[in-house]
Design a protein around this ligand. Structure first.
Ligand code: BYC
Length: 336
């Protein structure tokens, strides 16, 4: 804060920077005290610039993940095995579009426009969850996305319902309710295949679990000691539980579910540790994670080009909506 104020020395009156520093310091102290007290911060409240930027980064990445996350599943809408599964899948994908909209709206309250956020996605400057850069090769992948990917998402997102930034926290409450349905439908689809299916269907489920397990663990982000954003995000109550702790909670919750399902998790080092009261698990291949995050995963190019195409194909809709809004405004003015 002081450094910023000193940068303006000479450009403003001598008192101005000092006064602003004192004021900012006070605002900062008040903000810190509110965070310490567990208060929620609203859009119109004063906040440090870095807090604002961190939230825009995380919420917009989260929004992008929701809409890019529609693509791998969208691949299976026309090939769902029954009408019931098709209807469920369509509802889930539609929910994800809705989650994206809540989240873009929450990010917009921080003063960044939706066009700016989407431009960052389309030009490859913004990230979205690594998990959506993997292909959906069989119908079992749709079930496994529900069980593991939505399961990991819930584990990560429930604590965000208590995020210090109120518009994000409010959006997350509704999102989490829907994610819970998403996870259950995936588990249910897998359970039916495992318990009532053929050997080939069971093998298909196992193959999907083998391919999605490790990328699901990577969703929680790098290990705590390699997570540059964690310290401040935890300090500010944006993140409530660390990447590693959430990953551990996910593993602990998922192992018994795999047992009920009758699938093997593809990790020979996975075993209960009585002393820790947690499951130990094998080493994650972080080089794969960084490669995918860096844009070089199995489907990065396909996902991005699908989003850019959707944006370009939708240009006439945006144009028509603007013309219609202008027409209505003109009519209202004439009628007034
Ligand atoms: N993928 O310092 P760190 C869904 C980046 S959607 C890509 O730990 P942070 C669903 C990270 O951004 C699920 N990048 O970061 C939808 C950072 O880079 P930058 C999406 C990742 O932010 C449809 C760098 O690595 N959920 O559930 O403190 C269908 C260092 O990481 C990833 C959310 O977005 C990753 N997996 O923690 C089905 C939840 N992990 O930005 C399901 C909200 C890390 O500095 N987000 N990076 O360039 C979060 O909770 C946090 O942002 C993260 C990362 C835990 C993801």
């Amino acid at each position: 804060m002081y450094t910023q104020a000193m940068d303006t020395m000479g450009k403003e009156s001598p008192q101005a920077p000092v006064l602003r520093s004192a004021e900012e310091l006070q605002l900062q102290e008040r903000f810190d005290a509110r965070i310490d007290a567990g208060d929620f911060i609203e859009a119109k409240d004063w906040m440090p610039e870095h807090y604002r930027k961190t939230l825009v980064r995380q919420i917009s990445q989260h929004a992008h993940s929701e809409i890019v996350g529609m693509l791998p599943e969208g691949n299976w809408v026309t090939r769902a095995p029954t009408l019931k599964r098709k209807a469920i899948l369509l509802a889930k994908i539609q929910d994800e579009g809705g989650h994206g909209l809540y989240l873009y709206s929450a990010a917009e309250t921080l003063g960044t426009s939706r066009d700016e956020m989407l431009d960052a996605l389309h030009t490859g400057r913004a990230k979205y969850s690594s998990i959506f850069n993997y292909p959906t090769l069989t119908w079992a992948d749709v079930g496994v996305i529900g069980w593991l990917v939505d399961g990991a998402a819930i584990m990560n997102q429930v604590p965000i319902c208590r995020c210090s930034y109120a518009p994000y926290a409010r959006a997350m409450v509704r999102i989490c309710r829907e994610e819970s349905f998403h996870q259950r439908q995936g588990y249910d689809a897998l359970l039916v295949m495992m318990q009532k299916g053929t050997d080939a269907q069971r093998a298909m489920v196992q193959d999907a679990v083998n391919r999605w397990w490790w990328p699901s663990l990577m969703m929680f982000g790098p290990p705590d000691d390699q997570s540059p954003n964690s310290a401040l995000s935890m300090r500010w109550g944006i993140k409530r539980i660390s990447n590693d702790d959430l990953r551990q909670k996910f593993v602990d919750a998922t192992v018994p579910q795999a047992k009920v399902l009758g699938v093997e998790l593809p990790d020979p080092d996975l075993k209960w540790n009585e002393a820790r009261q947690h499951f130990d698990f094998g080493a994650i291949d972080w080089s794969e994670f960084w490669q995918v995050v860096g844009g070089d995963g199995p489907c990065n190019r396909e996902r991005l080009s699908a989003r850019v195409k959707a944006w370009e194909d939708g240009a006439w809709v945006r144009e028509a909506a603007l013309v219609h809004a202008a027409k209505i405004e003109k009519q209202e003015l004439l009628a007034a």
